[in-house]
Structure formats: structure tokens, C-alpha cells
Write a protein that binds this ligand. Structure first.
Ligand code: ADP
Ligand code: MG
Length: 322
């Protein structure tokens, strides 16, 4: 199969049709028509085999995750998904692999009416780069620099599952139901698009959790020139992770491991009062885990009030170790 056969068979036919795509796959550029008055939110993420997913990950899960992590960035900016481009480097033209990859990819593309409008197909070690574009109304509302002392800090969903799933996969654990759940959270994160759009109408500071809560919250703190206090006993931990850890969560691991793809945001009590009914309507667990301070550090408190210290930081590609 030539590169062009692959493009026609797996990418061109798969694209979700949208009226704002004037010209999709097949020419030198895609031609796209943004709605008048909207601002474009654009983000790119690369997934490298063995770095962003274990080499044993199924093609379908890789397809799903490569889109999910990009959608998560749009969620953290409150954007409505519209267009995506896919640059894929493959060791070989494995048709079954590509079919499965696109099945995972399209599951999310269809869910969010996201059109694949172009990309690039090359040969080499497996790597996937997705660029995504969405629309927003207000460019100021969800910036990392928006946090203020006194704001509450909240997270969606549960954290720590994906890290435990990764441990189980890498160490060939016997996979019981609890580990199965964690592995699903690792391979198939749910981008929090609805919550993001809801938050985008208000002044919040938001980020999606890709490198671990401490590292990502630290981005908010640095950008906003503030600190934070986190109450560890308030962190939302799934029943599966509680079972696995015998109700003794490994806080260091939970705070510093990546791949949660939940949203973390800081907002005032007044904003929370305004949005809490709407949050109920999107049926998403939101947990208040701490608050923003006027210091320049993040302090984690154990239940007895003592300070929990971890010498680990979040995931960093260029650090010598995690
Ligand atoms: P060019 O040589 O002009 O860069 P290509 O031959 O790389 O064009 O691609 C031909 C068309 O197919 C372009 O419209 C490109 O956007 C699209 N395309 C290539 N690879 C992919 C892919 N993996 N997913 C979606 N579209 C792709
Ligand atoms: Mg090209």
C-alpha cells in the first residue's frame, strides 16, 4: 500500500463531516471557516510509543488516547472542539493496526463532532502528533494566570487511577477488576469538555492534569504568582484505587504521576455558587481539595494538619528521572 492508499482508505473516509470544513483531506492545505466572532483555541500533543503509552497498548486505545489528551487541552481552555489534524509515523503499513487505531480515534471524533481535516503519514518509530482546534468566546476567562488568594481549588473526577494502571501494566500484575478499572483510566481518559465549556463563562484558573496534580497546579500558581494549600484527605480517590491501596493511598505517587486528564481549577466562592447547579446538570463529580494562598509554595496537609513532603515532582521529559 502506498502512503496515498493509506490516506484514502483510513483517514479521508473516516472524517466527520462539518459545514465549516470547506476543503478537507486531499489538497495541500485544509480550508476552514471559523464562525464569526469566535476565537480559535489551538493545541498540539505528541504521543511517543514507550514514553506516552506502554508498547503493549492496543492500536484502538492509542487512537483513542491520542485524541483524548488533545481534547483535554481544549477542555482546560473551555473550547468547543471543531477540527483536528493527525501526523502519524508508523514502522510499517499495517492495515489491521490502522483500522483499529482509527476505530479508537473515531469514537471520540464522533462523540465531539470533530472533523479530521488533514495530517501527514510517514514511516519510522511509532509516534502520533495531533493538532486540535476549537472555538471559544472569551479569551480571558480560563487562563492559568487567573487564580487569586482565597480561591477554592477543585478537581473533576478522581485522580491517581492512571498511575496505578501504568504500574500494573509495566509490572505484569495479575489484573483483577480494580486494576482493570485503573488501566481503562490510563488508556481511555474522558476529556472533560462539558465542564470546560461551563467554566469558560466565568473567571477561573484552569489546567488539565497531564503531569501530576502538584506539577500542574504549580503551573497555575507560577502563572498567577500565588501558592496553594491542598488537603490530602479531600483528594478524590476511586473505590478501585482505595481497594488496591488497602485504604492507605500513596500520596506521593498520586500527587506526582501523570495521565489523570482531569481538570484542576481555582475559582472564588461566588463563582462556585453561580456554577454549582450547572455542574450538577453535567453529572460530573467536582471536589474541593484546597485553596489558593498568597505564598509562593504549594503545601499539602495530612488529616492531622501536619505537612506532607514529597521529593518527587511531576513528569518531565528532560529530567534525569521522574
Ligand atoms: P503534502 O505532500 O502536500 O504534504 P501529503 O501527501 O502529505 O500532502 O498529504 C495528502 C493529503 O492527505 C493532505 O491533504 C494531508 O493533509 C492529508 N493527510 C496525510 N496524512 C494524513 C493523516 N494521517 N490524517 C489525515 N490526513 C492526512
Ligand atoms: Mg505531507
Amino acid at each position: 500500500m502506498s502512503e496515498f492508499d493509506l490516506i484514502n482508505q483510513f483517514f479521508k473516509t473516516a472524517a466527520v463531516k462539518r459545514e465549516d470544513v470547506i476543503l478537507g483531506i486531499g489538497d495541500d492545505c485544509a480550508l476552514l471557516s471559523p464562525p464569526p466572532g469566535k476565537i480559535l483555541a489551538v493545541s498540539t500533543d505528541t504521543l511517543v510509543s514507550g514514553v506516552h503509552f506502554p508498547i503493549t497498548t492496543s492500536a484502538e486505545d492509542i487512537g483513542y488516547k491520542s485524541l483524548a489528551v488533545n481534547l483535554s487541552d481544549l477542555a482546560a481552555m473551555g473550547a468547543k472542539p471543531a477540527w483536528v489534524s493527525l501526523a502519524i509515523t508508523l514502522p510499517e503499513a499495517d492495515q489491521q493496526w490502522l483500522k483499529n487505531f482509527m476505530q479508537g480515534f473515531n469514537e471520540l471524533a464522533e462523540k465531539f463532532q470533530l472533523s479530521l481535516v488533514g495530517g501527514d503519514t510517514t514511516r519510522g518509530p511509532l509516534s502520533i502528533t495531533v493538532s486540535i482546534t476549537g472555538f471559544i468566546d472569551n479569551p480571558h476567562t480560563m487562563l492559568r494566570s487567573n487564580a487569586r488568594p482565597g480561591d477554592m481549588v477543585c478537581v473533576t473526577g478522581n485522580i491517581g487511577d492512571a498511575a496505578e494502571g501504568l504500574t500494573a501494566v509495566l509490572n505484569n500484575f495479575d489484573i483483577n477488576d480494580a486494576y482493570q478499572y485503573c488501566i481503562k483510566r490510563l488508556n481511555r481518559p474522558d476529556p472533560r469538555i462539558e465542564v470546560g465549556q461551563l467554566l469558560s463563562r466565568h473567571h477561573v484558573a484552569a489546567i488539565d492534569l497531564s503531569d501530576g496534580l502538584l506539577a500542574d497546579l504549580n503551573h497555575i500558581c507560577q502563572s498567577s504568582n500565588v501558592g496553594a494549600v491542598i488537603d490530602l484527605n479531600k483528594l478524590p480517590i476511586s473505590k478501585s484505587l482505595l481497594d488496591i491501596s488497602n485504604h492507605q493511598p500513596d500520596w506521593g505517587k498520586i500527587l506526582t504521576s501523570g495521565d489523570d486528564y482531569e481538570l484542576c481549577f481555582a475559582c472564588s466562592d461566588a463563582v462556585m455558587d453561580t456554577i454549582k447547579d450547572a455542574l450538577l446538570s453535567v453529572d460530573m463529580q467536582i471536589t474541593h481539595i484546597g485553596h489558593i494562598t498568597d505564598s509562593n509554595i504549594i503545601e499539602c496537609h495530612l488529616e492531622d494538619g501536619s505537612v506532607f513532603n514529597t521529593d518527587k515532582s511531576g513528569f518531565n521529559h528532560f529530567a534525569d528521572e521522574k
